[in-house]
Design a protein around this ligand. Sequence first.
Ligand code: SF4
Length: 149
Amino acid sequence: MRNDGPRNILRRSLQVRHVDAGSCNGCESELAAITGPVYDAQRYGLDIVASPRHADVLTVSGPVTRQMAEALGRTHAAVGQPRLVVSVGDCAAGRCPFRGSYAAGEGVAAVLPVDAHIPGCPPAPAEIVQHLRALMRGPGPGQTAGQRG
Ligand code: SF4
């Protein structure tokens, strides 16, 4: 029996749980738009869910502030296997303007294994949908998980 892991399991449906780990809410506004009537991500099998226990992928925005680090870790642990982590926005990639302050962290990759990153400040809804759909397809031949799409 063929076993190609998350790529095969998640290719038709991807349930997303989002965590705001200290963002300015710009990334959330764009992410929230993906299930609206314009971008309609549900037609691709993508949806945003309220519980990490219903999710396949954890999207995270913001630099991961000290106050949010533990909650993010607990949410990640509550997502069943196989689970993927996607950092959303430049702050989540460690490029927060407040990086180095007493409260701001170094980005998602400093606390969780990140499978893919969606760049932008903030990324547009169409780009978010495009990246999540690429995640469903999985890495192509010769690509790593970080090169999906
Ligand atoms: S990447 Fe830009 S829009 Fe997103 S949380 Fe950071 S500052 Fe806000």
